[in-house]
Design a protein around this ligand. Sequence first.
Ligand SMILES: *Cc1c(COP(=O)(O)O)cnc(C)c1O
Length: 384
Amino acid sequence: MKTIPYGRQDITDEDIQAVAETLKSDFLTQGPKILEFEENFAEYAGAKHAVAVSNGTAALHLAAMALSVKSGDKVITTPITFVASANGFRYCGAEIAFCDIDPETFLIDLDKLEKMLSSVPAGTYSGVVPVDFAGYPVHAEKLRKIADKYGLWIVEDACHAPGGWFIDDSGEKNICGNGKYSDITVFSFHPVKHIATGEGGALTTNNSELYRKLNLYRTHGITKNHELLEQNDGRWYYEMQELGYNYRITDFQATLGIQQLKRLDWSLKRRNEIANRYNNAFADVKKIKTPFTGENIFHAYHLYVIQTDNRKGLYDYLHAANILAQVHYVPCHLMPYYKQFGWKRGDMPIAENYYDHCLSLPMYPTLTNEEQNYVIEKIRNFVK
Ligand SMILES: *Cc1c(COP(=O)(O)O)cnc(C)c1O
């Protein structure tokens, strides 16, 4: 059996053809494909605006900048995420406060969050960064109520969940990134994610002022928009009005994104089929706890995470069989960088217990049934 990774991109001949055409066009970057990708992505997510950028981490940093996060601001996130969810706000000098996870969904625990907020003076925290972990959409409506009560902004890290949705109290379907409850939602197009552009990312928002700032900060803080200029020396004239970055995506990456987005629904369907096959295969296996699937949500299944007692043993056994299962994630608060701020083992007991038992099994749309059967057989063999 060839090596089976935990996640993998799917690039078709048509994708390659489309990218090749852009490579032969007049624009390699800052051309028409970026806007087309942004429009398609905004439409898919049901948001007013999308901004495509160089990667998901840049997207998080831009979100922090657009929300004027500054040194000393306190920002809350979950410890069970990729470090970038916290780092994007650290870049602006924010202090990161971790809030423990829900033992079933592995998402930030909204009851604990509310306790955290109600036990300190109003205004202590400025924002919250929920993560749609593994593809499970956060209940952004409940979160919005809490955020409004305590005056927080919300940046939803939906890098795991493009196309995921939950049904809100009014019965409406909310696709991650639709901007109804979160101020800004952030996505990544790294090859292990649903849409691959090499490196790449995007932000969605319904707020036109945030949209303006995201565009400005993505390109050095430079504008050529005549209505916004302080003066105008001629048609060449532009102004750098703020300190921004070069966080642009290229046109040929945007072309790949346009192509990949067309197959997102297929990818989500396949991922759900794969999850169901795992669920059925492990239904009678006591030593394997399969992921929780709540009602009124559509899981995007970036990851399929099981919990098991002998995680290290299973990891080593699967790797010896060429199955590259992975651990997501080493808790962020236990990273040496974050430990220097005083975080330590024992601070986030649910997250730490999760980390001690979690293992991500292969999950990507081109995983064949035969390959999946091989993974299942090996796991059943190990735990029996
Ligand atoms: C992948 C990922 C990111 C960062 O995305 P990059 O495109 O790799 O910079 C941020 N948050 C989460 C939860 C991710 O999985």
